[in-house]
Design a protein around this ligand. Structure first.
Ligand SMILES: [Zn+2]
Length: 155
């Protein structure tokens, strides 16, 4: 992936929604940690505090307050489930549940650049009929911009 392809939206998503570490993001883009950090600074993406970083890396089993039967909900409201052996799992083997729902339906893995959108804006409503796939974050953002023109639309 070329450096130009690392968009603010994608970087924010990997870091804050998918909770990937700077090291993992650098590996993912075949880039360097200092390059990723510089880009985050340039895009005004906040970095995690030490305590939040520890919380994420220490999250294990029933010790976590938001742990529900093998999965947990991120601070952003997305459900992550343990899926060992998934090619795009993040730290510790977790995958975003709404992506798994779509993958099961399509019988293929989603490419990392594909974005799954929650139609009614509820991030915990992972019914197939509430999910929509975009080929990349650019198309996804375009859709959001279009929908914002309609009164009362959110997320
Ligand atoms: Zn969306």
């Amino acid at each position: 992936m070329r450096r130009d392809d690392i968009t603010p939206d994608l970087l924010y998503d990997l870091y804050w929604n998918k909770e990937m570490s700077i090291r993992k993001i650098a590996t993912y883009f075949k880039s360097y940690q200092h390059t990723i950090l510089n880009l985050m600074k340039r895009f005004f993406i906040p970095t995690r505090t030490r305590s939040l970083a520890n919380k994420i890396s220490n999250r294990r089993g029933s010790g976590h307050p938001r742990w529900i039967g093998g999965s947990f909900v991120t601070p952003q409201g997305y459900r992550l489930v343990m899926e060992k052996g998934h090619p795009y799992s993040i730290d510790g083997g977790y995958v975003l549940y709404h992506r798994l729902v779509v993958e099961n339906h399509l019988s293929r893995y989603l490419r990392p650049e594909e974005v799954v959108h929650h139609i009614n804006g509820k991030r915990d409503d992972n019914r197939l009929e509430n999910l929509m796939v975009f080929p990349d974050s650019k198309t996804h953002l375009k859709y959001h911009a279009k929908m914002r023109r309609y009164k009362g639309y959110h997320e």
